[in-house]
Design a protein around this ligand. Structure first.
Ligand code: DCP
Ligand code: MG
Length: 364
C-alpha cells in the first residue's frame, strides 16, 4: 500500500529557506560582522536586560546561542556576542525580492515565513534538482544571500531535505531514498512532534523512524488520536498535503462586535470609520492594495449579510472614502430600521503596492 501511494505521488516540490536570515543580511551589509559571533536583538546592557535573540549567525550558534533565547542568557553562553538590532523594513524588502524570484519558477507557492516557502514545480519540464540549483543561483545573484533547498515529492520530505544540509546546501530525496531517510530520522525530527509527543515516544521506546514504522496504525491511534495517522504515513514517506497557493494574501479585514445592538446610522458610521482606519493601517504596514471592499453586517438575530464592491483599479487607502462606500452598501441593505451586532470591513483581491502599475495590464 505505502509503496503504491509513494509511486503515485509524482510531484516535484522544493522547500527553500534562507540561512540564518536576519544575521546573514547584517553580515552581508556589514563585513566587519562576518567573523564574529552575532545575535540579532537588542544588547541587554543598553536596554535594561530586556530583549530576545531573533536569530544568530553560525559562529554564535556553535557557542549555544539560538532564536528566541533571552539576550542575557545569550550573553552568558557567549560573552563576546555582538548584538545588532533588527531592521524589519529591510528584511521585509529582501523577503519580497526573494518571493518575486519564486514567481519566476512557479505560481504555486506556499510562503511559510519571510525567508521560507514551498514551491510546487511539477509543471516545469526541467528536473527538480536543476530547478533547485537555478533558484539558489538566482537568489544569490539578486540578494547575495545563501539558502538551503530540499527537493522531493512531498512537503515533509522537501522540508526535511532543506534542513539536512544547512547552511548553503541542496538535498534531493527521490522516491528510492525516501523510505530509508525516514527510517533513520530521529523521532523528534518528525513533523508535529513536540515536547509532549516526544515524552510519550520516550515511554514507548520509540527513538527513530524505524521504531515508529514498527508500530501499527491502531496502536498509533490509541496513543495519538488522529495524529497517529499522520505519523503512520510520515514513517512511510507519504504525505499528500498540497502546496497551498497563498503567495498573495487573500484578504485583510477587521470586525467589531457590539455588546448592545446599535440602531442609529451615526454609530454605524463611526464604527465603519474606526474599522477603516485599522484596515488601512494594516494594509499600509504590509504595503498592500485591494480591489474589493466587502462589508459584513450581523443583526440581532444572528443573520449575517455580506456585500462587496469591486473597482477596476485599487481602492485609495483612505478611511473616509472607505467609510462612505461602506455606508452606501449599508443603506442598500438596511434602508430603514435595523439592529446591528457586528460590523466588518475586508479588502480582498489584494496586490502588493509595487505591482499596482502592472496590475492595470495584467490579471492578478
Ligand atoms: N525569527 C524570529 N524569532 C524566532 C525565529 C525566527 O524573529 N523565534 C526570525 C529571524 C530569522 C528568520 O525569522 O532569521 C527566519 O527564521 P528561520 O527559522 O528560518 O531561522 P534562520 O533563517 O535565522 O536560520 P536557519 O534557517 O539557517 O536555521
Ligand atoms: Mg531560515
Amino acid at each position: 500500500m505505502a509503496e503504491f501511494l509513494q509511486a503515485s505521488d509524482n510531484r516535484k516540490i522544493l522547500h527553500v529557506d534562507i540561512d540564518a536570515f536576519y544575521a546573514q543580511v547584517e553580515m552581508r551589509d556589514h563585513p566587519q560582522l562576518r567573523h564574529v559571533p552575532l545575535g540579532i536583538g537588542r544588547d541587554p546592557d543598553k536596554h535594561h536586560g530586556h530583549g530576545v535573540i531573533a536569530t544568530a549567525n553560525y559562529v554564535a550558534r556553535k557557542a549555544g546561542v539560538h532564536s528566541a533565547m533571552g539576550s542575557i542568557e545569550a550573553k552568558r553562553v557567549c560573552p563576546n556576542l555582538v548584538f545588532v538590532a533588527p531592521d524589519f523594513d529591510k528584511y521585509r524588502q529582501i523577503s519580497s525580492q526573494i518571493h518575486a524570484i519564486f514567481h519566476e519558477f512557479t505560481e504555486t507557492i506556499e510562503p511559510v515565513a519571510l525567508d521560507e516557502a514551498y514551491l510546487d514545480v511539477t509543471e516545469n519540464k526541467m528536473a527538480a534538482p536543476t530547478l533547485a540549483a537555478q533558484l539558489r543561483h538566482r537568489i544569490w545573484q539578486e540578494t547575495h544571500l545563501t539558502c538551503s533547498v530540499g527537493v522531493s515529492y512531498n512537503k515533509v520530505l522537501a522540508k526535511l531535505g532543506s534542513e539536512h544540509h544547512k547552511p548553503n546546501g541542496v538535498t534531493v530525496i527521490p522516491h528510492e531514498l525516501a523510505q530509508d531517510f525516514m527510517l533513520q530520522l530521529p523521532i523528534q525530527d518528525f513533523r508535529g512532534v513536540g515536547k509532549k509527543t516526544l515524552l510519550k515516544f520516550e515511554k514507548l521506546g520509540v527513538k527513530n523512524g524505524r521504531d515508529l514504522y514498527a508500530m501499527s496504525l491502531d496502536d498509533l491511534r490509541v496513543h495519538f488520536g488522529s495524529f497517529g495517522d499522520v505519523l503512520y504515513w510520515q514513517a512511510r514517506a507519504t504525505h499528500f498535503s498540497p502546496v497551498k497557493d497563498r503567495s498573495v494574501r487573500q484578504s485583510v479585514g477587521k470586525e467589531s462586535t457590539f455588546e448592545l445592538a446599535i440602531h442609529d446610522r451615526q454609530s454605524v458610521e463611526a464604527a465603519f470609520k474606526a474599522l477603516a482606519e485599522k484596515v488601512v493601517a494594516n494594509m499600509q504596514k504590509r504595503k498592500l492594495l485591494g480591489r474589493t471592499l466587502t462589508v459584513k453586517i450581523r443583526d440581532d438575530e444572528f443573520r449575517t449579510q455580506t456585500k462587496g464592491l469591486t473597482l477596476a483599479g485599487t481602492f485609495d487607502l483612505d478611511p473616509a472614502f472607505m467609510t462612505r462606500q461602506a455606508m452606501l452598501i449599508f443603506d442598500e441593505i438596511y434602508p430603514e430600521d435595523f439592529s446591528v451586532r457586528l460590523l466588518g470591513l475586508t479588502f480582498s483581491n489584494i496586490i502588493e503596492q509595487k505591482y499596482e502599475a502592472v496590475s492595470l495590464f495584467e490579471q492578478f
